[in-house]
Design a binder for this molecule. Structure first.
Ligand code: FE
Length: 199
């Protein structure tokens, strides 16, 4: 099977590393990073099928790239029909860009020790990008907008997110620690530029 060109993802990774090179503040990372991510997810011709495969039981999170200095990681989230996350936090900045299908996001905030919705649940269609962080709102629940097909979103986080100590939150404010890990053991080979050299 012919694999799609890894060029878009490689260029995105390079541009994100450039953005972080002079240690910008979070506001600039989220602002410029959102534009980079939007450019990536408006094209759906680059993600190899194995990193877009749903699982019948649970949503999947495939690591696509981890920065060697843990400044950022890029993950494809694959939602099977009707699948949802629990309410969770991130503890670092994150960007979410919808590549395929659509999802609903419900932000939460803490009020008197309890968790309450922070605004309405909103729909993100393909090409949409939004941000989370402890500074701007870090707790949400995300679910596939579709009951009959998979959706895929591309996430960027300010850490090697699969190893970050985070929390699942219950509506009474209880926190349960979790470390997400990743669904894959192999990464896409974005560094093989030979086809481009030959062309
Ligand atoms: Fe999240």
């Amino acid at each position: 099977m012919t694999q799609p060109s890894p060029r878009r993802l490689r260029d995105f990774v390079a541009a994100f590393a450039d953005l972080l090179a002079d240690a910008p503040g979070e506001a600039r990372i989220l602002d410029t990073g959102a534009a980079l991510l939007r450019d990536l997810v408006v094209h759906d011709d680059w993600l190899p099928d194995e990193f877009a495969a749903p699982d019948p039981e649970r949503y999947r999170q495939y690591l696509l790239h981890a920065d060697s200095r843990s400044r950022f990681s890029v993950v494809s989230f694959v939602w099977g029909p009707g699948q949802a996350t629990p309410i969770h936090d991130h503890t670092v900045w994150g960007l979410i860009g919808v590549l395929r299908g659509a999802e609903f996001a419900q932000p939460y905030r803490t009020d008197g020790g309890r968790l309450v919705p922070d605004g309405p649940e909103h729909r993100l269609d393909a090409g949409a990008v939004e941000a989370v962080s402890p500074r701007i709102g870090d707790v949400h629940r995300v679910r596939n907008a579709f009951a009959d097909r998979a959706s895929v979103s591309i996430h960027v986080y300010g850490a090697n997110i699969g190893a970050v100590r985070r929390s699942v939150l219950l509506e009474d404010g209880t926190r349960k620690p979790f470390i997400s890990g990743y669904s894959n053991t192999r990464l896409p080979n974005i560094w093989d530029v030979s086809r481009e050299v030959i062309a």
